[in-house]
Design a protein around this ligand. Structure first.
Ligand SMILES: *Cc1c(COP(=O)(O)O)cnc(C)c1O
Length: 389
């Protein structure tokens, strides 16, 4: 095959004049920080995912940190989570002074294993933090049951899970605190941004106060035409509020979400079809037919025993074809920070490590073309055939 001249980026946002106009409208209005556009974004988002309340913030990391803080997670507490995630999931636990407790993942899906969660519970355990990895959904019936039995909170990291479904219900509608990311690579992008959802009004009210210094009223209410200048600082909060500039992007991206998702799913289907006859690779996909993935990531799994090259070399070969890739994720227990503070080491979570050694995230985003998708598939198949045993 002929190698393309330009480099295919691993990810790029999907937008048009609607986003540009929405942002310039906010700029012209002069209300750049959190205001009425954010209120619209929150209300529409809550409705979309089937949660009662939503709080827009400036990242998923902020949403996770707020959830832990509202639940009073602090020194001496343990939070059970997965090593197959982004560092921010676990750093928020450390930043509360609590101890992250990793448990191993399912060998095929990379999702946290509920059996391992049960084994890891101690009298210090306060919460479970499952990650809906790649857009697959964790076994929420099991996880919610375990949490109920042991009196634990559940905080869902749904950075990949927007529009994912489990038994016909959307992620965000399981009654737990749920955190979303609108980082530029995610299914809905605002550059930087995030959302915390919940069915508990008191929880979201408290998170709202903590998201803006612990002040009892936000700027919109304070500086609105008829409202009071008075505010009270209730506790040492954070500065996590989103801007209306970002929320304007969010509202326009919500308008396009169905379209973006249908393109994403079509591209994932093309990859599936193209790899169906290729014995060297498979993909990370839901283990149960009652899970509908958001297709956030297309994670190729190399069948390593059929290849004479390893994952790192496979990525280099794809780069030679001008294809950008990524790996989600380097297991956290192998990172220097957690080795140091949690004493983790190679071999601690063998299924996670074996999974990691096989995976490559391929480009999958609505602003690439169908030809791009087929080009990537051609490159994967050609490399696999060349280096297959
Ligand atoms: C992107 C991501 C986050 C962090 O989201 P931010 O909005 O960048 O803070 C958290 N968890 C997972 C699994 C992610 O992929």
């Amino acid at each position: 095959m002929k190698i393309r001249d330009d480099f295919l980026y691993y990810s790029r946002p999907y937008f048009d004049e609607d986003e540009i106009n929405a942002v310039t409208d906010v700029l012209r209005s002069g209300w750049w920080t959190k205001g009425k556009v954010t209120v619209e974004f929150e209300e529409r988002f809550a409705k979309l995912v089937g949660a009662k309340y939503a709080l827009a913030v400036n990242s998923c990391t902020a949403a996770l940190h707020l959830a832990l803080a509202v639940y009073g997670i602090c020194e001496g507490d343990e939070v059970i989570t997965t090593p197959m995630t982004f560092c921010s999931t676990v750093n928020t636990i450390l930043n509360c002074g609590a101890k992250p407790v990793f448990v191993d993942v399912d060998a095929e899906t990379g999702l946290i294993d509920p059996n391992e969660i049960e084994k890891a519970i101690t009298e210090r355990t306060k919460a479970i933090l499952p990650v809906h990895y790649a857009g697959l959904v964790c076994d929420m019936d099991r996880i919610n049951k375990i949490a109920e039995k042991h009196g634990l909170k559940v905080i869902e990291d749904a950075a990949h899970g927007l529009t994912s479904e489990y038994k016909g219900k959307q992620v965000g509608s399981f009654g737990n605190a749920t955190a979303y990311s609108f980082y530029v690579t995610k299914n809905l992008a605002t550059g930087e941004g995030g959302m915390l959802t919940s069915d508990d009004k008191d929880f979201i009210d408290r998170a709202r106060v903590l998201s803006l210094h612990g002040m009892s009223r936000d700027a919109w209410k304070r500086y609105g035409a008829k409202s009071s200048w008075k505010y009270a600082v209730e506790e040492a909060g954070f500065k996590y509020n989103i801007t209306d500039i970002a929320s304007a992007l969010g509202v326009e991206q919500l308008n396009k979400l169905d379209k973006m998702q249908s393109i994403r799913k079509e591209y994932a289907r093309i990859y599936d079809e193209r790899f169906a006859d290729c014995p060297y690779v498979s993909r990370v996909k839901p283990a149960d037919d009652f899970v509908e993935s958001s297709e956030h990531l297309y994670i190729l799994k190399l069948n390593l025993d059929t290849l004479i090259i390893d994952r790192d070399e496979f990525i280099e070969k794809l780069a030679d074809y001008n294809v950008g890739t990524s790996v989600h994720f380097i297991p956290l227990h192998l990172q220097p920070l957690y080795r140091r503070v949690l004493n983790t080491k190679e071999g601690d979570y063998p299924r996670c490590e074996a999974f990691y050694n096989r995976i490559i995230s391929l480009p999958l985003y609505p602003s690439m073309t169908g030809d791009d998708v087929n080009y990537v598939a051609d490159a994967v198949c050609e490399i696999a055939a060349k280096f297959g045993k």
